[in-house]
Design a protein around this ligand. Structure first.
Ligand code: FES
Length: 130
């Protein structure tokens, strides 16, 4: 298909509540080279089509709330602002405690993200609000 290729996305997943060790999970994601795609779009594709148990934070989608800060190919970036150019390695932000997968509670935050309303599907997916 013109303008479409597949990228490899490696996501560091973990569930500390289940004493699950961090491990990379690899996904193959179709990528439309004719339109801008953010890392958040990729996470949404994975959550919606490949693995609804993936946990990450999303709120504003425009780079204001800072909730989607994560390591993208080794650099701290906002997933909703970072454009995809090729294969990805995505890890949780080191600036907090990992609740699950890419969902991190900043150390300075008093109320944990896990208490905010869930905007994704029950049992997995996105967390938002605050
Ligand atoms: S979702 Fe708010 S900064 Fe990315």
């Amino acid at each position: 298909m013109p303008g479409t290729r597949t990228i490899t996305v490696k996501i560091l997943r973990q569930n500390p509540m289940l004493n699950e060790e961090p491990h990379y999970v690899r996904y193959e994601v179709p990528f439309d080279t004719d339109r801008k795609t953010s890392v958040m779009n990729v996470l949404e594709y994975v959550s919606d089509n490949l693995d609804p148990s993936l946990a990450y934070y999303v709120s504003c989608h425009v780079g204001l709330c800072g909730g989607c800060l994560m390591k993208i190919n080794g650099q701290l970036s906002l997933a909703c602002r970072e454009e995809v150019g090729g294969d990805l390695v995505i890890e949780p932000s080191p600036r907090g405690r990992v609740v699950r997968d890419l969902l991190v509670v900043p150390e300075t935050r008093r109320s944990p993200v896990v208490n905010t309303p869930v905007v994704g599907r029950p049992g997995g997916g996105r967390q938002g609000g605050a």
